[in-house]
Design a protein around this ligand. Structure first.
Ligand code: FES
Length: 164
């Protein structure tokens, strides 16, 4: 090695311009870190969903409406078990009510009640659910709408639980 090259150059042979390039090893480390973070995040979301679905549910009774407020064939929006869970109550006969979560079991779009066809329609991907039991009739949804347990007492309709 010529004398004009300082000793420190031997210890640090990378040129300043080359120092700005990302090495293959750095890039691989970065990709591994990002992939691991995504994998972990997805796992945590899946775990949270699983826990919310299978934990022992504790529902408090909620008065939805007076029986006289809902005519036969009419639907009423309410929120149960929390204020961010929209549900639909439908009076199917004089003494019979049904209620379901309004969240489509495909990708959670709100379903709409179709009185004439006695079904629920999800406009996002043309999903359909039966009014009688919430089972999927057509489209991508494979699971029924979660059913709200109801009780009629003292002239009012109460939500008392939920069947997921
Ligand atoms: S979200 Fe309802 S059919 Fe896709």
């Amino acid at each position: 090695m010529p004398d004009s090259i300082p000793r420190w150059r031997e210890d640090f042979p990378v040129n300043w311009e080359d120092d700005h390039y990302v090495t293959r090893r750095s890039f691989t480390t970065f990709l591994t870190f990002i992939s691991s973070a995504l994998f972990l995040g997805t796992g945590l979301v899946a775990l949270r969903e699983w826990w919310q679905r299978w934990r022992p549910a504790q529902f408090t009774a909620l008065r939805i409406a007076a029986v006289s407020d809902v005519t036969i064939g009419q639907a009423k929006l309410f929120f149960y078990p929390t204020k961010t869970d929209p549900c639909l109550l439908v009076r199917v006969a004089a003494n019979r009510f049904v209620a379901y979560s309004q969240k489509c079991t495909h990708l959670l779009c709100p379903v709409l009640y179709q009185k004439e066809k006695k079904q629920f329609h999800c406009p996002c991907h043309e999903g359909y659910f039966a009014l009688e039991d919430g089972r999927p009739l057509a489209g991508p949804p494979k699971r029924p709408l979660p059913r709200i347990e109801l009780q009629v007492k003292d002239g009012s309709v109460w939500a008392t639980g939920m069947q997921v």
